[in-house]
Design a binder for this molecule. Sequence first.
Ligand code: GLN
Length: 469
Amino acid sequence: MDLKDLTIEQAHEAMKEGVFTSRELTQAYLDAIAKKNENIFAFIEVFDDALAQADKADEIFKSGKATLLTGIPFGIKDNILIDGKKASAASKILENYTASYDATVIKILKESGAVFLGRTNMDDSAMGSSTQTSYYGITKNPLDESRVPGGSSGGSAAAVAANMSLVALGTETCGSVRQPAAFCGLVGLKPTYGALSRNGLIAMGSSLDQPAPLTKTVRESEIIFQALAKHDPMDATSVPESLRENPIKGIKRIGVPRSFFAKGLDKEVERNFNESVEKLKNAGYEIVDLEMPELEYSRAVYYIIMPAEVSTNLSRVDGIRYGLSLEGKDLLEVYEKSRGQGFGKEVRRRILLGTYILSHGYYDAYYNKALLLRDKITGEIKKAFELVDLIMTPTVPTPAFKIGEKLDDPVAMYLCDIFSAPANLSGIPAVALPSGKTEDGLPLSIQFMAPHFCEDRLFDIGKKFETML
Ligand code: GLN
């Protein structure tokens, strides 16, 4: 079985026609994991019931009730809860936490008979862009093992890129699926905020988080999105389907906010972006220059709002309610020791920053100001969509960087998020698409953003762009 170019639909057809069973398919991925995971380290844990799950999928096929995701092997990021399995967000503090319920996206996948191969590595608590801050160790980029796979969903991306999983789920708070997709040559979709349920994700920034698929093709991203984009009463910010307006519209105009990314772009990223624009022009799309001055503040705003939400969300991981509990002479010392030793350095940095931002006296100066700017950014994006059908930027300013690079320079690491932040702050969907290679053969990527709930446009342009490569 050649796993390299296998897609969800091909696997589905093959299982339907009896070319191979879900058990055989799962076994093929387990074999690949056994061979490669020690080196790449995409998976923190491989589930011992993967074959049993596959047997159930084979039963569904026999009963004639199979859907496209039945029997499809998934890698699942370590911050998405699966009932009875550990979920640690790759953090020491949650090393021994076992989920007591299924995340809604997991529940949907289980109902369709998808197979979970294991939990994938990530940056500690989803904070980072390189999967180097995981408590369990670093993940290598399968396309160049001296480089990072991106992050925080680096394990999910590496699993798919190394053919250790057919597809994977990650999460997005600010680029954690698009950026690893870009570094590993994959398609990464960040859905509209409110499209997929956040119930059962280990929360990072609740106003930004979304579960998100990593796949080799746009069509696979679409299949997973369509299966998971259901209203969920368990998530108060899940949008009822009747309110998900998605005016059917042919794509004509693509907006390019050049002044937003003119500075600091890697030369090859820039060249590839310009070539991609030319390809789209030649295919008949009208390219419109956009002035979007507010976008420049996206990253600064993200690094205020996100830590504020992080400090609130992670307060429950205190050594009493959840997680590692170290003894102390009183409750305060239990908190200090457990959190001090349980969370990694970057996580502690953000909790401290967020607590400061939300403290009396600074709340107005930082948090409220960031909220105002978030509104402005969202307003600017909405206005742009009165002129264009899609907005296009590079996905990341550079190709995959070397392992060890940027690790001691948080500000350089935060730069990776520059093109991701607008979509998460405004809630719009965005997709990262492979767009070529550097001279050294590293993947390059472009990003399209669409209005709220217009994922269809991303799939449409994505499928067309795939044929232009
Ligand atoms: N690079 C982002 C950060 O460090 C990733 C966040 C995310 O999407 N989980 O905050």
